[in-house]
Design a protein around this ligand. Sequence first.
Ligand SMILES: *Cc1c(COP(=O)(O)O)cnc(C)c1O
Length: 390
Amino acid sequence: MNKDWDIDTLAVRAGTERSQFNEHSEALFLTSSFVFDSAAQAAARFSGAEPGNVYSRFTNPTVTMFEQRLAALEGGEDCLATSSGMAAILTTCMAALSAGDHIVSSQSIFGSTVNLFNTILSRFGVTTSYVALSDPAQWEAAIRPNTKLFYVETPSNPLMELADIAALAALAKQRGIVLVIDNCFCTPALQRPFEFGADVVIHSATKYLDGQGRVLGGAVVGTQKFIRETILPFLRTAGPTLSAFNAWVLLKGLETLSLRMERQSASALTLARWLEQQPQVRRVYYPGLESHPQHALALRQQKSGGAIVSFDIEGGRDAAWRLIDQTKLCSITANLGDTKTTITHPASTTHARITPEARAAAGISEDLIRVAVGLEAVADLQQDLQGGVR
Ligand SMILES: *Cc1c(COP(=O)(O)O)cnc(C)c1O
């Protein structure tokens, strides 16, 4: 593999290892364990003196191919895959933190991540403070002597606010804090956080990396030292490992990642521009629009605005639900990152469990609708939304 290859080339070529059969497409190794030539080799593999596979909770050739391909796409040194995105976040926290440590996190992050921090890690003595994603001054003010980790999702869900990764990286570096970016929404096809100084990149591979709604998976990307010395000991002992089958599906998903992201983002921009013109639409949240308050940062940090568009409609929950219910093409689901376009009402689904006051403070109103744009023709999507927006 040539490190200078373009990301599009790496997406189809990086990480491939052929077996003795010289298969062209990557092989699927459905095996829990591996055999040794001798007792001495077994001992050497177990002690780590000789590299090689032992047991699929530790490593598996298909999983390794996915890990190496994703590391190449992110421009990171190394990667380990996990059974889901949440497993990647849990693994990172359990591996990098101890009782008494503190996390500073952006406010608007994935709901299960908030639950993990507030109801599970808190029981093990890890505390979390939440700050506004887009304001580095708040991050600085929240730092305590025991702050070990900055946790960031950018763009945010569902309001598509951005964090200035380079600014947070400079602050984190100065204070000896590990900067973790959940790169689920953009993927390396649109945003490569290591180029802006991030230390660790996390993925829910369930979303765009698969991109076709088939499997769950996750990954942690970072320096070789962090991945081998911090992440691996936790992963191989605790066992939230990615299955070989899911790794194979994800490996093939990566081959079409940039094609899908480019097309889905282009459709999202067209849809966002069109929505801005509709009489019933009060505001559109999309970083690719000139009207987005952080459009300049989006141009610096991302290749495009991404595939998710949110908007406020006149008429509150009734109008929002009516719009959603009149669609015939969009899937009504809170999932995202699929080739099939999905539509959701965040206030009554993904953000229903937080208090109305907290929702209002976060800017998630009853008027808000989120569309995760897929690969359908954008004209068909417009027609599907048309009855609800004018
Ligand atoms: C879905 C999601 C996760 C969790 O991933 P799973 O694969 O569902 O465990 C984490 N972060 C973000 C931003 C997500 O959208």
